[in-house]
Ligand binder design. Structure first.
Ligand code: GLY
Ligand code: MN
Length: 458
């Protein structure tokens, strides 16, 4: 955990953002895997972690905006728990670590909320993404489970997004540590990318690296020679010479901060000329975005910059044609680059996505487009110091998408469909780094990698 002062300060900052009422932040519960006692690895809710810091299941945090008081409702372990899990800190000990003043047993929360409701007080809660949380809120608030997410507090969502978007020094240090773990995961993946190796072996090895550093992976590892499938979780192929292997993977730290890095490696170590040309274009898009990102820049403009670089690169190899700006405005590049440039990253790899993507990546200065490709951009708004974001352009040759566009002769003035046939089996390339927006420009994961290389004297 961070210091008591950090959690106390975060709760105080939340109080300053809200007009009144009670904030209820339920922590997560254990989830059964295939029978009740065989559970998934416990993962605490990120907003609960942000304000209360403790990883114990079945704890509810409440902040009274009007009185400034804070509360935790949870049970101390009993002798049965101690026999199976060992001694665990009591709620009062947790409260000493996060500065919460009032602790009660779990069952007391019913009366506490019932009293607030009878007084007509506003109860703020965030969108729930687990059925257990919806059931808990249904029991406490009397709102049917399928109506819970229609009754969330927009005021609370906006306040939490505002606070969690700007990372503190202690959060940045933790993210940097998970980037170091990602470095080990990716260099291991590259070193194993030889003909005859099964994707599964590399997948297992690099997931093990994350686990051996104390966290799980920050999302299920994407590792495939079929990189044109953006989130490919099939790992049964045996690597063959001449293929490209996409590895999109990151670790979660014991404090639950994430890394999210993608590298594309030629199996056996050498790119063909055709692969090199496409790779260099994706790399240029990645590098130019990193160079141009700074406070005050709309990230949507960085997405457009990456799209232009991709169009230029595809024009150079004869796959696209016409005016670059017109092609990007028409969304023609999305045949090859059908996703957004990046997303916020923090305790969730797509940070705060469960609170609503548009609250995180958009605001009243920039609205989400409905154009294919651009519509999937998760982060569009102005960059501010303390934001941590991914930069992940890619070029993909997706046969099913090519067939649809070709049949419709879509954007035919910008796409050379005849030449495209030569690339049908190319696969895909994505390159992803994580950047921190500083007061003046950016710090990014590659710098961290270079420091590690110097330390390792490679
Ligand atoms: N790295 C996976 C993703 O950003 O969706
Ligand atoms: Mn990502």
């Amino acid at each position: 955990m961070f210091s008591k002062e950090i959690y106390t300060e975060r709760r105080k900052n939340l109080i300053k953002q809200l007009s009144g009422g009670l904030v209820i932040l339920p922590g997560n519960s254990d989830v059964p895997f295939n029978y009740p006692a065989n559970i998934y690895t416990f993962r605490q809710d990120s907003s609960f972690l942000y304000f209360f810091g403790i990883k114990q299941p079945d704890v509810i945090g409440i902040i009274d905006i009007d009185s400034g008081e804070d509360y935790m409702f949870g049970n101390d372990v009993d002798i049965d728990d101690i026999i199976w899990m060992g001694q665990q800190p009591a709620m009062k000990e947790f409260a000493q670590k996060n500065g919460v003043k009032n602790t009660f047993s779990f069952s007391k929360v019913d009366d506490f909320i019932a009293k607030a409701l009878s007084q007509g007080r506003k109860i703020h809660f965030l969108p729930a993404y687990r059925a257990q949380t919806k059931l808990l809120l249904e029991n406490l608030l009397g709102i049917p489970t399928n109506e819970i997410n229609n009754n969330v507090s927009e005021e609370l969502i906006k306040a939490v997004v505002k606070l969690r978007s700007v990372k503190g020094k202690e959060e940045i240090e933790d993210i940097e540590r998970t980037i170091d773990v990602a470095y080990k995961m990716h260099t291991t993946s590259m070193k194993m990318a030889f003909p005859g190796t099964k994707e599964q072996e590399i997948y297992g090895k690099i997931e093990g690296i994350a686990l051996s550093h104390g966290g799980p992976v920050s999302f299920p590892v994407i590792l495939s020679v079929n990189g044109q499938i953006l989130h490919n979780h099939h790992h049964e192929n045996i690597l063959k010479s001449g293929q490209l292997m996409v590895t999109d993977a990151g670790a979660e730290s014991p404090m639950h901060y994430c890394s999210d890095i993608t590298r594309t490696t030629p199996v056996g170590g050498n790119f063909s000329q055709k692969q090199k040309e496409i790779y260099e274009t994706v790399l240029k898009a990645n590098v130019e975005v990193i160079k141009n990102s700074k406070p005050g820049i709309f990230y949507k403009d960085m997405h457009m910059l990456s799209a232009k670089i991709i169009v230029e690169g595809l024009k150079a190899v004869g796959l696209m044609k016409g005016d670059t700006d017109d092609a990007v405005a028409a969304g023609a590049h999305a045949l090859f680059y059908p996703h957004g440039l990046g997303h916020m990253m923090g305790m969730d790899v797509h940070d705060m996505e469960g609170l609503g993507e548009d609250y995180v990546g958009y605001d009243n200065t920039v609205k989400r487009s409905d154009q294919f490709g651009l519509a999937f951009l998760r982060m569009a708004r102005k960059l501010e110091p303390g934001f941590v974001i991914t930069v992940e352009p890619g070029i993909y040759f997706i046969p099913a998408l090519i067939d649809i566009w070709k049949k419709e002769n879509k954007s035919a003035q910008f796409i050379n469909y005849r030449k495209l046939e030569e690339y049908r089996d190319f696969g895909g390339i994505r390159i992803e780094d994580d950047i921190l927006i500083t007061e003046t420009d950016v710090e990014f994961s590659e710098n961290r990698f270079r420091k590690l290389l110097r330390k390792l004297k490679i």
